[in-house]
Design a protein around this ligand. Structure first.
Ligand code: ATP
Ligand code: SF4
Ligand code: MG
Length: 333
């Protein structure tokens, strides 16, 4: 049964890209929920399918990609069934996106305020000038931007300010859910934190839910409520961020967390960088088995189901088996 606080539920979503050598299953049976007022972090290395999975949710996948199957239930309705016009209305108003590289995709020939006004008037029609100006100023205040940027162009702003302008735009129509795709990645560490803090503030003040895509596990640990780990088109684990850091259940999450640098310990990476298989020709069974230090014969035979091994901690790995009491226990190999 659906959790009453669930605002978005993604079930068995499949998004494939056609290539002459066959389909790339960039999102291959991904399921997760997003609760009201939470930040869900989505991590995974480059090419793991984070943008594709969220592009499936927002229906922004263009050719040669296609949504093959699945459901995306937003506020009780399957938006994959919406026609294009209904989906156009839903974007920004209910579901908005801060796209990967957003600050570089701002229109250089328009002021920041004109770009935000455009979003508002496209959806709500022409607005009285004074009311529109006040509304944009309120958005600026919410994201910590000074009023003086009202008449400025993108090139006059720093990277952090541009990113905050993108956040202001994403909340212009008071959406339920915001997908922030690598919103902090191209920024230096101090500005990254400021932008992440801005998202936290927005979440608290507007009770909006975020899917925050990123690479930086350290930053994620400080900002998100739950963390979902993706690898080559599949979700491997999803759990509260504290639980995941305290007792990662999937071997890949374990490696990601062990690799977070600390001041006191210099830890080498325990795994080679990069997805090792050709995405058009994934291994049989578990998608992670070619890099897994614990791979067993069963791992090449069947894809592990996602199971709840601790309350609210779901993992897809054959190491977890039910004992005689029906509780999941991790086998040692
Ligand atoms: N237009 C396309 N045609 C073919 N394959 C594609 C296309 N776009 C993405 N892919 C493939 O889909 C997979 C997932 O890509 P995606 O961009 O979703 O990953 P990501 O996790 O967002 O990576 P990054 O961290 O680099 O942004 C990759 O193997 C990628 O090569
Ligand atoms: S299912 Fe097997 S190969 Fe996959 S992560 Fe678990 S132990 Fe490793
Ligand atoms: Mg991406």
């Amino acid at each position: 049964m659906r959790n009453p606080e669930t605002i978005l539920e993604v079930d068995d979503l499949r998004v494939y890209y056609a290539t002459p050598q066959g389909d790339v299953k960039a999102c291959d049976g991904v399921s997760f929920d997003l609760r009201s007022g939470e930040i869900l972090g989505l991590v995974g290395e480059s090419g793991s399918g984070k943008s594709t999975a969220t592009g499936g949710v927002l229906r922004t996948i263009g050719s040669p990609g296609r949504i093959v199957s699945g459901t995306v239930t937003l506020d009780g309705e399957d938006i994959l069934k919406y026609d294009d016009e209904k989906m156009r209305q839903t974007r920004w108003q209910k579901l908005s996106l801060i796209p990967q590289g957003a600050m570089n995709s701002l229109n250089p020939t328009m002021t920041i305020s004109d770009q935000i006004a455009d979003v508002i008037e496209t959806h709500e029609g022409r607005q009285p000038a004074d009311a529109l100006r006040e509304r944009i100023m309120t958005l600026f205040r919410r994201v910590g931007l000074p009023e003086r940027i009202y008449s400025m162009y993108p090139h006059e702003l720093s990277g952090g300010m541009k990113q905050r302008a993108c956040i202001a735009m994403s909340i212009a129509l008071d959406p339920l859910v915001i997908v922030a795709d690598e919103a902090t990645s191209a920024l230096d560490v101090v500005v990254q934190r400021v932008v992440a803090q801005t998202m936290l503030k927005i979440k608290r003040e507007l009770n909006v839910s975020f899917i925050m895509i990123g690479h930086d596990m350290g930053l994620m640990a400080q900002v998100v409520d739950r963390l979902a780990v993706m690898y080559s088109g599949q979700l491997l684990e999803i759990a509260a961020v504290r639980d995941m850091f305290a007792r990662p259940a999937h071997p890949y999450s374990e490696i990601l967390i062990e690799s977070v640098p600390t001041l006191t310990e210099r830890k080498p990476m325990k795994i080679n960088e990069g997805i090792t298989h050709d995405p058009r020709n994934p291994p049989s069974g578990c998608i992670f088995r070619l890099r897994c230090p614990h791979a067993m014969p069963v791992c090449s035979e069947s894809r592990p189901d996602m199971v709840e091994v601790h309350p609210e901690q779901l993992v897809a790995c054959h190491l977890w088996k039910k004992d005689e009491n029906g509780s999941y226990v991790r086998q040692s190999v």
